[in-house]
Design a binder for this molecule. Sequence first.
Ligand code: HEC
Length: 124
Amino acid sequence: MPKYLFIFLLISTFALAKDIDLYKQGEILYAQKGCNGCHGVHGEGMHEYPVIMNKPKWYLVKKMKFYRGKKGVMRQTAQIMIPFAEFLSDEEISYLTHYLSLYKEDMNAPKYDIEYESWGDGGS
Ligand code: HEC
């Protein structure tokens, strides 16, 4: 019995390591491809740029392939995405969407958001 347990643990450790790897790859690509320029460092979006983090992976993949394929009826705003999607490989899309769908804010990262700023003393 302990032998099976050991094998089980070994397999799950590898599975987990692979998962973390995908996430990390996606995180790197996200910055490398300049996605943060429009969608924000946390994928939180702004103005006409939609929120993209924590959406289902299948949905994100579908959208990325839609932009990459340049087929079908596209809104003008959607055309903005073409240059950022058209040269991505299937793997890159998979990494990026894995990262985005599972995105968790790094609690230790430095925060620059205004809401994290300490309140003043009332403006003396
Ligand atoms: C120049 C600005 C810009 C950059 C850079 C950019 N995007 Fe976008 N993105 C947009 C706009 C605008 C839309 C809305 C398009 C539409 O109306 O369908 C969008 C839509 C999306 C969507 C669909 C969201 C949804 O909920 O339907 C995804 C996913 C996405 N972008 C991922 C990315 C990724 C990944 C990158 C980096 C490779 C990236 N974007 C880079 C502007 C940008």
